[in-house]
Design a protein around this ligand. Structure first.
Ligand SMILES: C[S@@+](CC[C@H](N)C(=O)[O-])C[C@H]1O[C@@H](n2cnc3c(N)ncnc32)[C@H](O)[C@@H]1O
Length: 308
């Protein structure tokens, strides 16, 4: 049975035109019924519709902003900012070492949601000077709320309602948190290939680590820390959809890209590892990146670790 996240079904944006499509509640309910997901159907059944049975877009936006606000709290508790920085710091050191002196770097967070990561990097200025910070999301309400928060916090970063691959300026590094599991089947490799085909020199995507205890851990954590039933449902559904280390490394095995996973299964304590990153770096960066990581670079592994 396919696993669905409710948030993927109740708001649909065309990635080319950025236009939002009307979503009929009955269509979502049919999809969930076919997947045998009665709990999700009960949650969707409570959402308001207009006279034609179309979900009220303003109510959906309010709901998703509320759920993402709760998600931000989880990101704070799981110290996502620090974990990302643990890798991005040395990665940018390696990029600066190999780039033209004084080159401006651009970091693009794909599917930034409320922009927690970019706002955190901007607030701490942890990546140093000369790094432009941009968050991008296909969802207009989330990108708009991220921009509003950044302005209220007086931060030097930007949020754009766009398809990350249609930006006028290319990224130096693409990042994301909690996005990879949304790409199923061939879409995962296509997502990574689009970045490999750009002038970016690296990507670093943090997503839920697939371990035997991930769904149970996600259930306990989301039950304890999230109030909205949609957030609780989608938290567990996303853990069930988490990609294995092997799947990620295989999808990122692209000419001109060295794929690496940090703290893969077997090298990390499954009780502590919630999100772990897939990296793809241009091959010339591997040596300076490992050097900048120091002893921790032993936890960076490529597909060879899983070869039979
Ligand atoms: C689960 S949410 C991300 C959550 C957020 N990163 C966080 O940590 O709170 C996934 C987001 O990816 C966005 N998305 C997917 N593909 C995208 C693309 N090509 N460009 C921009 N945003 C994209 C979706 O609109 C959705 O809001």
């Amino acid at each position: 049975m396919p696993q669905f996240e409710i948030s993927d079904l109740i708001t649909v944006t065309d990635p080319r035109s950025l236009r939002r499509a009307p979503v009929r509640r009955d269509d979502v309910l049919r999809t969930l019924a076919e997947a045998g997901n009665r709990r999700a159907a009960r949650i969707v059944g409570t959402l308001p519709v207009d006279g034609d049975g179309v979900l009220d877009p303003a109510a959906v936006d309010r709901l998703l902003i509320g759920v993402h606000t709760e998600l931000q709290r989880l990101s704070e508790e799981m110290r996502i900012g620090e974990r990302v920085l643990h890798l991005l710091g040395p990665l940018l050191e390696a990029i600066r070492e190999t780039a033209e002196p004084g080159a401006r770097l651009r970091l693009v967070d794909i599917g930034c949601g409320l922009g927690y990561l970019v706002r955190r990097l901007a607030a701490t200025r942890a990546l140093g000077p000369g790094v432009e910070l941009i968050g991008v999301d296909l969802d207009a309400a989330l990108a708009g709320e991220a921009a509003r928060l950044a302005q209220a916090e007086g931060l030097d970063c930007r949020f754009v309602h766009a398809n990350a691959f249609d930006l006028p300026e290319a990224a130096t590094v693409y990042v994301s948190t909690g996005v990879l599991h949304h790409f199923r089947g061939p879409a995962l490799a296509e997502f990574l290939q689009a970045q490999a085909a750009s002038s970016a020199v690296a990507f670093c995507h943090f997503d839920i680590a697939a371990t035997p205890i991930t769904p149970l851990g996600a259930w306990v954590f989301h039950r304890a820390r999230m109030r909205h039933p949609l957030g609780r449902h989608d938290g567990v559904a996303s853990a069930r959809r988490a990609h294995s280390d092997e799947t990620l490394l295989h999808a990122a095995d692209i000419p001109g890209i060295r794929p690496l996973v940090y703290e893969p299964r077997g090298l990390a304590n499954p009780f502590c590892t919630t999100l772990r990153p897939l990296l793809g770096i241009r091959p010339h960066l591997e040596e300076p990146f490992r050097r900048a990581m120091g002893r921790a670079s032993r936890r960076l592994v490529g597909p060879e670790r899983f070869a039979a």
